[in-house]
Design a protein. Sequence first.
Length: 76
Amino acid sequence: MSINTQSHYKGKDTIYKVANDFKLNAYEFDIIKRIIRCRHKGQFESDLKKTKDVIDLYLKEQQNKTEVKERINRLI
């Protein structure tokens, strides 16, 4: 079966298979997807700026999780 895809979807395997193989979470998947596609999609700068925003959100979430764990450990 042939699937009609856009030209910025390239590679031996789908990005979804790679994400599954590496057990990526949603942030990691989105970051890698944007970086892989940015040169082929024709919106290089815009895609990289969006990628930076996602990275910043991911960092903030991880920082919040660390702070919560530290608070819990102090209570124990």
